[in-house]
Design a protein around this ligand. Structure first.
Ligand SMILES: Cc1ncc(COP(=O)(O)O)c(C=O)c1O
Length: 481
C-alpha cells in the first residue's frame, strides 16, 4: 500500500456503491430520513458517507482493518511508531497523553502557558501539576515558550516528577528549544509529551520548524484541523518512542472518545494525509510565498509591526512558523480587539485578537487576491486621535496547590466575587482571553496577582472563560470552606 492510496475513503466508497438497505444508526439512514433543509445544505453524498461502524468498515477503537490501514499510512508519513486518528480534537489527544503516562498523585511538569485541555487531563488523571513560567515577548506582548534553563530548574526541584508536557509552538507560531528540552527531560527519565496543536503541517515543508516528532518526544498531539486541509475536530495522536505503552494509549482513547466516530471525519483525515504525502511540499511552498508577500506588504504600511523570523532569539524562540502573521496595531492607537472589529466591519475575519495584536493564519485556501484585499483595507485604516495604551499585564506565576486539581473539582463549591477570592482555592478553570490560558486552576490558591490579572483583562474588554459575568464585575467558583 502506498501514500497515493486512501484506503478508508476507498472502502467507504465501495460500501456506499452497494446501496445496502440500512437498519442501523445514524438516525437519518444515509439521508433517507434527513430533514430536507439539511439535505439541501450538505448534499445527498454527505449523508451517504455519514456511516457508523458497519460491516467491513472497521472500528476506531479496535482498528485492525481499513481504519488501521489509513492510520498506518499516517504512521509512515509522520515517521512515528504509531499514529492514531482522533475525532475529538487535540483536546482528546492531550487527555490521552496524560492518562497514558500519569497516575493518581504523580507529578507532571507543565508550562504555565498550557491549554485548558492540559488541566482537564490532569483533573481526570488525579495527577499534580508543577508549573513553569514561560518567557514573555515585550515587543508584541505575547507569552512565548519555556526555556531549557527554566525546565532544568523545575526538574531539579521535582525529582519525583513522572512527565513533562511542553506546549510548542504557541498560537503565534513561535517554537521553543524543543530538542534541548526533550533531551533534558529524557536524561531524567521523564516522559515527554508535546502539545503541538499548531504544528501538524511542520513535516511537509523544510521551511517550517521541525516537528517534535523528529526531536524524539515520546508522545505528540497535533490538531490536523488547525492547519491541514481536513475537517474541524480531526487531530492526530503520535506515539513516537518505545517507552510508551501503546496498549494503554489504545485503552485510554477508547475510554475518552466517542464509540460512534464520524466516518466523515476519518475519511477527511485519510484524504488530507494523502494530499500532504503527494503534494505537501509544493502546496506549502505556495502558502509560504503568499504569506511572505503579505508580511512584506503589511510591514511597508506605516503604523503596523509584523512578526517574522527576525523574532527568533535562540532562547525562548528558536524557530518561527512562516504561515502565522501577527500584526501589532498599537502605534495606530487601536487595541487588538478594536482592530478586529474594524476588520470585521470591512468584511475580514481573522484568527484572533489580543490586547496589542491581531493574528492571521495564511492557509492552503488563502489566495493572493485575499491578501490584496486585506492590504487595501489596511492602507485605509485611520489612525486614532486618542491612542489606547493597553498592554497585557504580566502573566501571574502559578501559586501553590492546596489540593490536587481532582480533589478540588470533586469538592463542593461556592460562587463569590472575583475581588474577594484572594487566598481561596479555585474550584474551576478561569481562563481570560487573551491569552486564553488558565490563570485559575482547580486546587490552586488564588493569588492577589492572578485576581488583578483577570480583573485587568476583564476591564480591558477581554472575555473571562469560566467566570460569571455580572456586567460590571465577575464572579468565580471556589472550593467551599
Ligand atoms: C495550544 C493548544 N493546545 C490544544 C488545543 C486544543 O485543540 P483542539 O481544538 O484540536 O481540541 C488548542 C486549541 O486551540 C491549542 O491552541
Amino acid at each position: 500500500m502506498g501514500q497515493e492510496e486512501a484506503p478508508l475513503y476507498e472502502a467507504v466508497k465501495e460500501y456506499v456503491k452497494r446501496d445496502m438497505v440500512p437498519f442501523h444508526m445514524p438516525g437519518h439512514s444515509q439521508g433517507k430520513g434527513a430533514p430536507r433543509v439539511l439535505k439541501q445544505l450538505f448534499g445527498a453524498k454527505f449523508f451517504d458517507f455519514d456511516l457508523t461502524e458497519v460491516s467491513g468498515l472497521d472500528y476506531l477503537h479496535y482498528a485492525h482493518g481499513v481504519i488501521r490501514k489509513a492510520e498506518d499510512l499516517a504512521t509512515e508519513l509522520y515517521g512515528t511508531r504509531s499514529t492514531f486518528f482522533l475525532v475529538n480534537g487535540t483536546t482528546a489527544g492531550i487527555h490521552a497523553m496524560i492518562l497514558s503516562t500519569l497516575k493518581k498523585g504523580e507529578k507532571i511538569i507543565i508550562g504555565r502557558n498550557s491549554h485548558r485541555s492540559v488541566i482537564g487531563g490532569i483533573i481526570e488523571s488525579g495527577g499534580v501539576p508543577v508549573f513553569v513560567q514561560p518567557e514573555f515577548n515585550e515587543e508584541f506582548g505575547i507569552i512565548t515558550n519555556l526555556t531549557p534553563d527554566s525546565l532544568a530548574k523545575s526538574i531539579k526541584e521535582n525529582p519525583d516528577a513522572k512527565a513533562v508536557l511542553i506546549t510548542s509552538p504557541n498560537y503565534y507560531g513561535f517554537q521553543g528549544r524543543v530538542k534541548e528540552m526533550i533531551d533534558l527531560a529524557h536524561k531524567h527519565n521523564l516522559f515527554v509529551l508535546i502539545d503541538e496543536a499548531h504544528g501538524a503541517h511542520f513535516p511537509f515543508n523544510t521551511k517550517f520548524p521541525k516537528s517534535a516528532i523528529r526531536y524524539g518526544a515520546d508522545l505528540v498531539a497535533q490538531s490536523a484541523h488547525k492547519t491541514l486541509p481536513t475537517l474541524t475536530q480531526t487531530s492526530f495522536l503520535h506515539v513516537v518512542s518505545d517507552k510508551v505503552n501503546i496498549d494503554r494509549v489504545e485503552q485510554v482513547l477508547g475510554l475518552i472518545e466517542s464509540s460512534s466516530p464520524s466516518y466523515i471525519f476519518m475519511i477527511a483525515m485519510d484524504i488530507a494525509r494523502r494530499e500532504m504525502a503527494l503534494h505537501g511540499e509544493e502546496l506549502w511552498d505556495k502558502v509560504i510565498n503568499i504569506s511572505n508577500y503579505a508580511r512584506e506588504e503589511i510591514s511597508k504600511i506605516p503604523g503596523f509591526k509584523v512578526t517574522s523570523s527576525a523574532i527568533i532569539n535562540g532562547n525562548d524562540i528558536n524557530a518561527f512558523d512562516p504561515i502565522k502573521i501577527t500584526i501589532n496595531v498599537q502605534e495606530l492607537g487601536y487595541s487588538g480587539f478594536e482592530f478586529e472589529s474594524y476588520l470585521n466591519d470591512c468584511n475580514i475575519e481573522i484568527e484572533l485578537s489580543d490586547l496589542q495584536n491581531v493574528l492571521l493564519f495564511v492557509t492552503l485556501g488563502t489566495r493572493v487576491k485575499d491578501v490584496d484585499e486585506l492590504i487595501s483595507v489596511l492602507k485605509k485604516v485611520p489612525a486614532k486621535k486618542h491612542k489606547s495604551s493597553v498592554k497585557l499585564p504580566k502573566f501571574p506565576v502559578a501559586s501553590r496547590f492546596l489540593m490536587s486539581p481532582k480533589e478540588a473539582f470533586d469538592s463542593e463549591y461556592e460562587t463569590i466575587d472575583l475581588l474577594e477570592s484572594v487566598g481561596r482555592v479555585s474550584w474551576g478553570i478561569v481562563a481570560p482571553y487573551p491569552p486564553g490560558i488558565p490563570v485559575f486552576v482547580p486546587g490552586m490558591e488564588i493569588s492577589k496577582e492572578s485576581v488583578w490579572f483577570v480583573d485587568e483583562v476583564f476591564k480591558k474588554g477581554g472575555l473571562v472563560q469560566g467566570s460569571i459575568n455580572k456586567g460590571h464585575s465577575i464572579m468565580v467558583r471556589v472550593v467551599k470552606r
